[in-house]
Design a protein around this ligand. Structure first.
Ligand SMILES: [Zn+2]
Length: 141
């Protein structure tokens, strides 16, 4: 009886710039958190609030090709949800304020946290994607 042919399935990132050295994952994430290019750490990641620059102004890496899509909002809501719900429970147990007071405190707090964390989290996501080789095209040499 013939043995079934086993093939190894490997996910190959199209156009992964294997010849181009990438920064370590932690470095790329920290640079992205600080709105710095995850590759060189010199220029900005964003052109505006959340639009990623097409190319880094310093090293030319095509950061615009890294599409973070829904990951940054998902991560942001996950973090903010845990922070706000934990605070809400703590405040409710400690002070039992009225619902109107809780709404007046926690709705603006939630909005501020989301708007404040979304940008650095998107930068970190772009950095992680760069470090993990998610570029569609290798940068021009
Ligand atoms: Zn750069």
């Amino acid at each position: 009886m013939p043995q079934p042919i086993r093939t190894t399935t490997r996910w190959v990132r199209e156009g992964a710039p294997e010849a181009t050295p990438r920064p370590p994952l932690g470095t790329a994430i920290l640079r992205g958190l600080a709105n710095r290019c995850p590759n060189c750490g010199q220029a900005h990641v964003f052109d505006g609030y959340l639009r990623v620059v097409k190319e880094c102004a310093h090293c030319g890496i095509p950061l615009g090709d890294l599409r973070a899509d829904d990951a940054p909002p998902y991560i942001t809501l996950l973090l903010v949800g845990h922070i706000v719900v934990a605070l809400l429970i703590a405040v409710e147990r400690a002070f039992s304020p009225s619902t109107a007071t809780e709404v007046a405190i926690f709705l603006p707090l939630t909005a501020v946290l989301i708007l404040g964390l979304l940008r650095p989290i998107k930068g970190a996501t772009v950095g992680a994607m760069l470090a993990l080789g998610f570029l569609r095209h290798p940068p021009a040499v």
